[in-house]
Design a protein around this ligand. Structure first.
Ligand code: TRH
Length: 362
């Protein structure tokens, strides 16, 4: 049980949905599984609404699913600081709030981005004194080993697998979900799928890739609910789902294309083969992240090269026919291996539980 009851999470939405996706998941888990009072301070309620549909964008203070949501802008009145302040992804805490933290002697955590790179274990938990405020800022690194801050995972995640299966006619057809960045070569992937022997149902989530999908099928625009087919490729355009419904889709598909941070972790918990596209970074830092993850996750997989080739091709904005075909040939073995890895990782303590212990100990 945590002695520290009041927690504030500060979230600045850089772009996309990863920042708020992670913060919302963490906020809910700290409340539901650890009984904490959580206040989530967000700079853009409009973008957050995609992840928290019950948000009223006109209300600066509100409660959604038992989490207090506060709009964070230059007019915000911070009042008292919480006992623990989580600064998500080095978003920077406002000076007025830091002054309140200083009076309150709050704990200050900087939640970092997830990476499987080995250096993470050395930096996780390191203090950085901030004499100006008489506080210490701690770096909290999520990660894939016990020496890191762990992965976000609800306590019952592996028990959520359902028997329900998405049925679109052909029971033998492969089911693939597609969530990727607009620079990915959807054209290559669809061309490979179209010509392949396997019938494929692709579930495209309505995001910024819709123009590329429209382009492939020679359409002006497309929208959620649309369906297109060509050769063995069948494309179903789905609306942007709730996090819970997206999890169901991931569990239900045979292969999941995921990206960024949170959908990547959810694909792991879904226990199904997946292809991860890291968020583009300067100096190819994202390729180092990809490499480190592939080395760690597929270390004991016989056909590791096949999976690596598919990942590197996808991140290099290609998906040649032969790479896709080869990937599919190893799908049964990959399915068994991915589930086994998912169960293995789930044996480690989860991020929220480790974070609570960490904060109570510093
Ligand atoms: O949106 P992202 O690309 O976010 C990225 C990364 O987090 C990256 O590390 C960060 O630097 C950058 O943003 C600013 O991908 P990610 O992390 O997978 O977040 C997507 C969230 O959206 C995740 O919580 C799952 C959720 N989601 C849904 O709820 N419904 C959907 O239909 C889909 C496709 C996603």
């Amino acid at each position: 049980m945590s002695e520290l009851k009041r927690w504030d999470i500060f979230c600045k939405i850089v772009d996309n949905f990863g920042d708020i996706g992670v913060c919302w998941r963490l906020a809910r888990q700290l409340h539901v599984e650890h009984g904490l009072q959580v206040r989530l301070r967000i700079d853009s309620l409009e973008i957050a609404q995609a992840i928290i549909p019950s948000i009223n964008i006109l209300e600066n203070r509100q409660i959604c699913d038992e989490i207090s949501i506060v709009k964070w802008d230059e007019f915000a009145d911070f009042g008292d600081a919480a006992e623990v302040a989580i600064e998500a992804f080095s978003c920077g805490l406002p000076p007025a709030y830091l002054a309140a933290m200083s009076r309150q002697k709050s704990k200050w955590i900087n939640l970092e981005y997830l990476s499987a790179e080995p250096w993470v274990a050395d930096f996780h938990g390191k203090p950085s004194p901030q004499p100006e405020y008489g506080l210490t800022r701690y770096f909290y690194f999520p990660g894939f080993t016990e020496a890191t801050g762990g992965l976000l995972r609800e306590y019952d995640i592996l028990g959520r697998h359902s028997d329900e299966s998405r049925n679109d006619g052909d029971g033998n057809a492969l089911k693939v979900s597609l969530f990727c960045y607009p620079h990915a070569s959807i054209h290559d992937l669809f061309t490979a799928m179209q010509a392949n022997n396997h019938v494929v149902n692709v579930y495209v989530l309505a995001t910024s890739i819709l123009p590329q999908i429209a382009d492939f099928f020679g359409e002006e625009t497309i929208t959620a609910g649309d369906y297109f087919s060509s050769g063995n490729l069948h494309v179903h355009v789905l609306p942007f789902l709730s996090q819970a419904d997206y999890d169901v889709l991931l569990r239900d598909c045979d292969i999941n294309f995921v990206r960024g941070e949170d959908s990547w972790v959810r694909a792991i918990w879904a226990g199904k083969p997946f292809i991860w596209q890291p968020y583009l970074q300067d100096e190819n830092a994202h390729i180092k992240k990809l490499d480190a993850f592939l080395e760690l996750f597929y270390a004991d997989f016989d056909a590791k090269e096949v999976v690596c080739k598919a990942h590197f091709a996808w991140s290099a904005e290609h998906m040649p026919n032969d790479i896709w075909q080869n990937y599919l040939e190893h799908l049964p073995a990959l399915k068994t291996y991915t589930l086994q890895q998912s169960k293995q990782l789930a044996k480690q303590s989860d991020l929220a539980s480790k974070l609570v212990i960490f904060c109570n100990n510093i």
